[in-house]
Design a protein around this ligand. Structure first.
Ligand SMILES: [Zn+2]
Length: 249
């Protein structure tokens, strides 16, 4: 019996050491709908794709631990999303979002972001929109150390940051964009860098996916459909699987 317990302990320990943990973050939720189309809400699209992605990873890689920042329609603070990943000592953080523009009819296409400098004005717009969710949290001025999501000046800090996980994050982002284009037949709007608060707070390779534009009626229909959501999840999964294969801990 003693030997059995010991070997069980050794086995559990080896699992703990080897296990790869991925955190899947469905953006927005609860009182925060995110971007809204004619009928679709970003929070619902993000959650459906996030759950589908998790299912694919769990099914094909039972050795990988999947953690979700939310599995239902609830509001989760931005810092808490990163905390979940940091506490779990996750190896990867994938944040799932849906895009929109100020125009009445937006463009089509997918983008994948890593944390970084915001050279282009349009990248700044996406980061500003996604970061603005913190204003729904109480005391956000204190909690995010005076960060004003709507002020361009606030983003200067991102230019001073060195992201040690940049290379891995970009590799994963590229894999996913390639899949969106080839497998998903989506319009490839590329890999970009921008100042996302949720990525800044994570201490592991991390990316943020924008699945498409909810303010484009054609793309909105795709994003609302079961088939569309499954395809998008499959593309992220394929990109992840390729990354994981080349991953050396
Ligand atoms: Zn979003």
């Amino acid at each position: 019996m003693k030997r059995y317990i010991l070997s069980l302990a050794a086995f559990t320990l080896s699992l703990c050491i080897q296990a790869f943990t991925v955190v899947i973050d469905a953006g927005h939720g609860g009182k925060d709908a995110g971007a809204v189309g004619r009928s679709a809400k970003e929070k619902d699209i993000n959650l459906a794709v996030a759950l589908e992605l998790g299912k694919l990873i769990e099914k094909n890689h039972p050795e990988i631990k999947v953690i979700y920042t939310r599995k239902t329609d609830v509001f989760v603070e931005l810092n808490e999303r990163a905390n979940i990943a940091n506490k779990a000592k996750a190896d990867l953080f994938i944040s799932v979002h849906t895009n929109s523009t100020a125009a009445k009819v937006g463009p089509q296409g997918t983008e994948t972001y890593t944390l970084g400098m915001h050279r282009a004005a349009d990248n700044l717009a996406v980061a500003k929109r996604e970061n603005s969710v913190i204003t729904l949290e109480s005391n956000y001025e204190e909690r995010y150390e005076g960060f004003d999501p709507s002020s361009s000046e606030s983003y200067i800090i991102f230019e001073l940051m060195q992201d040690k996980f940049m290379e891995q994050s970009v590799e994963l982002a590229r894999n996913i964009q390639q899949e969106f284009k080839q497998t998903g037949k989506r319009i490839d709007k590329g890999v970009h860098q921008a100042g996302f608060l949720v990525l800044r707070a994570t201490s592991m390779p991390s990316i943020l996916v924008e699945l498409g534009y909810v303010n484009n009626p054609t793309e909105e229909q795709y994003l609302k459909s079961q088939a569309g959501r499954q395809t998008l999840a499959r593309c992220i999964y394929n990109g992840f699987a390729k990354y994981k294969k080349s991953y050396k801990k």
